[in-house]
Each structure stands twice: as C-alpha cells, then as structure tokens.
Design a binder for this molecule. Structure first.
Ligand SMILES: *Cc1c(COP(=O)(O)O)cnc(C)c1O
Length: 391
C-alpha cells in the first residue's frame, strides 16, 4: 500500500489477544516453583469457583472445549451413529466432536437476525434417528432456548450447549449451560476468559459428572484423582478406555484470576461494542443486531457484514486491506459445508444452508476484548472507514 497505514507493522493490532495481568503471571510462576504443574488443588478450586459463578452443581475442568463436547456426547450414551443436530455456523470443533463420539452430525440453518440455530430448521431436520441437539450460543448471543428445549422435551433429545462464546450469557434470566444436559465452555486464548488451552463441562447429573471426570483421565476410577493428593499412595483401576483430557494446575492458575475479572471484562466488551455501534452506524455495512430483551449477550465477537453490492469491496479484499492497515481481523465462520472434508464425507452443500452460507461469506470480526485501549478501538474504526472509502 502506498498510503500510510493506520498502524505500522511493528504496532500490528493482534486479533483476539488476551488480557493477561500480573496476578496470573505471579500465580503461574508460583505454580512452577511449587513443582505441582499437573492436575491438583488449583484445578479443583477453578472447578468450584466456575461452578459457583454459573450456579451449577457440578463442573469438570478439561483441556479444551473440544474435549468437553466430546466427553459430554459420550456420557450422553446415545446409540452408535445416532443423529445430532447442530448449526452450520460454528467452529469445526463442534461437529468434529460429534463425529469423534461415533455419531452423525446433521445441520439446521440459522436465523439470519440472531445468527443462531433456527428452531424451525431444527424441526425440519428431525428424523427417527435424531438423539441430541448441540445449540451454539453464537458470538455470545444466547440461542432461543425456550423453543429449543420444547423440541428436546417433545422428542426426548439430549441437549449439549456449546458455550464456547457465551460464558457470561443468560436467556430470559437463566444462565447459558444450565438449560441442557451438558454445558461446554472454552478458555482458549481468544475466548472471553482464558487459560491458554482449557475447557469446562457443567452438568446437573452427578453420575454423568463422575463419568466425564473418569473419561477425562484414561478411564481410571475416581480414586485415581486422589493420586494428586498427599494422602499417601493410592492404587487406581482402569474401568473404561478414557482419554487424556485433564486440565493442569498451570492452566487453572491463569483461569482463577481471569474468572475473578470476568464481570469487569464483560463490561468493557459492552463499552467497546457501543463505541463501534455509534461510530459505524452510517456506513454501508450490517452491524450486529441488538441483544434480545431479558437476555444477556457475552459480546464475544463484534461482527460486521460486507455485502459487496453495498460496499463496492469484497469481503476478502476488505480483510486484506484491514490487515494492511495493521488491524487483525477474523472470520467466524465460513459455514461448515464449505469445507471439503464435510462435503466428501457427508455430502453437505452450503446452498442448502443459505443463511449460514451468506453470513460466512460476508462476515468480518473486528477486534473486541478487554485488552483494547480506546485508541486501539479508534484505530479500528479509522481503518474500517478508510477501507470502505477506498483509502
Ligand atoms: C473455540 C470453540 C470451540 C473449541 O474450543 P477449544 O477450547 O479450542 O477446544 C468449540 N466451539 C466453538 C463455537 C468455539 O468457538
């Protein structure tokens, strides 16, 4: 680019860069010095505090939301090959977890206003073999859980909420992850609170919680966790073939301090969203729709839509130009049927999910997070305006 970019290369604004503060740095160092890096007391505390924050009876920490989804789908005890309905507008992990659990993913298109799975499309996708629903509270906005739970009750379906974007969210006064049989959370680096890699399962059922805990550590009986205590040597017994999905104290050390700041961070996200809403409202782009009444959005993403017919610039060119201006941007997401693997294995065609297809081809995520200064937000706005004005 010949013109001067909004930010220099050295000053590139990294998309989704987490806010890491002194207390978690100190806690990680203290954990390293303690010699207790693996699963131990900090993980147990993080589970308790997360459960308390969400008002959940049982929380199991794991090493990713992908693992959380996988184990929830296994603990649901569904018939081999049963169909699980989810949204085409999600990260591939949602569908990969369904496949890894030996189940068959089926897609139901989204409501274009909310970008969340459309209950009417769920109904249209139901078959005799449907056994579960995996709604994703996309971008932090809670799904229409009243009609979704009504469908689940009517057809005896297990519900696993993918809450990777929606830690702070609630729908009609009820917190996300508490509607279904399982709620799965992510603390990946770009999520609203982080542990580097990390995830959590919430479930009301204590037996399912015990099963998930066992599956997360090689299928070793619950006593195996006491190996991590100081009560002397414990024998452990493998009672099923599990996975290596446990969270480490090193990760929980970060999460404990992030969780303590979750409300402060959430408020800052809302503030930035309002700044964007005001500054961008007269541009020829689509802004996020306002949150639903009586519900709380997590404001995980701030997505604008670039329709070349209105903007004169393609979405992909827009992405490129923003990057040239030193602003990191994201795409959440190209709809899943656009990926060759799913086309080949499941015969998916994105034309059959037109809303998800269009959103996936037009969407751009602007930086949004507690680490951003007002001056960073202004740089983003500046860059958006300049790119749209061809400068
Ligand atoms: C990030 C994400 C996941 C996976 O989370 P990990 O912790 O990275 O495994 C699953 N679903 C959605 C919607 C996500 O955005």
């Amino acid at each position: 680019m010949n013109i001067k970019p909004v930010r220099s290369k050295e000053n590139f604004l990294v998309f989704g860069s987490p806010a890491i503060e002194e207390p978690e740095i100190e806690e990680v160092v203290a954990t390293l010095r303690s010699g207790w890096l693996g699963t131990g007391p900090k993980v147990a505390r993080f589970e308790q505090e997360f459960a308390q924050y969400k008002g959940a009876p049982n929380a199991i920490a794991v090493n990713s939301c992908t693992a959380a989804l996988h184990l929830s789908l296994l603990a649901a005890d569904l018939p081999q090959g049963a169909e699980v309905i989810t949204t085409p507008l999600t990260f591939c992990a949602t569908v990969n977890a369904i496949i890894h659990a030996g189940l068959t993913p089926v897609l139901a298109d989204v409501d274009p206003a909310t970008m969340n799975i459309d209950p009417l499309c769920i109904e249209a996708a139901l078959t005799e073999r449907t056994a579960a629903l995996v709604p994703v509270h996309f971008a932090g906005r809670p799904c229409a859980m009243d009609p979704i739970m009504a469908i689940a009750r009517k057809h005896h379906l297990v519900v696993i909420e993918d809450c990777a974007h929606s830690i702070e969210a609630s729908y009609h006064g009820q917190t996300t992850g508490s509607f279904g049989d399982f709620g799965c959370f992510s603390f990946y680096v770009t999520k609203n609170i982080v542990t580097g890699e990390g995830g959590m399962v919430l479930t009301k059922d204590p037996d399912k919680a015990a099963r998930i805990k066992r599956l997360a550590l090689h299928g070793m009986s619950a006593d195996a966790w006491k190996r991590f205590g100081d009560e002397g040597y414990k024998h452990y017994y493998v009672v099923e073939c599990g996975f290596k999905y446990n969270m480490m104290d090193l990760q929980a050390a970060i999460g404990l301090h992030q969780l303590a700041r979750i409300e402060k961070y959430h408020e800052r996200r809302l503030q930035i969203r309002k700044i964007y809403d005001t500054a961008l409202k007269n541009l020829p782009i689509t802004l996020p729709s306002p949150p639903e009444p009586d519900s709380i959005d997590s404001y995980h993403l701030y997505q604008i839509r670039i329709d070349e017919k209105s903007t004169g610039i393609s979405r992909d060119r827009f992405l490129q130009q923003m990057t040239s201006h030193g602003i990191g941007v994201g795409v959440h997401y190209l709809s899943l049927p656009e990926h060759p693997y799913y086309q080949q294995c499941y015969g998916w065609n994105s034309d059959h999910y037109p809303h998800a297809q269009r959103i996936g081809r037009q969407t751009v995520s602007l930086p949004l997070g507690p680490k951003l200064l007002d001056s960073d937000v202004n740089d983003v706005i500046d860059a958006v305006e300049r790119v749209l004005n061809g400068k």
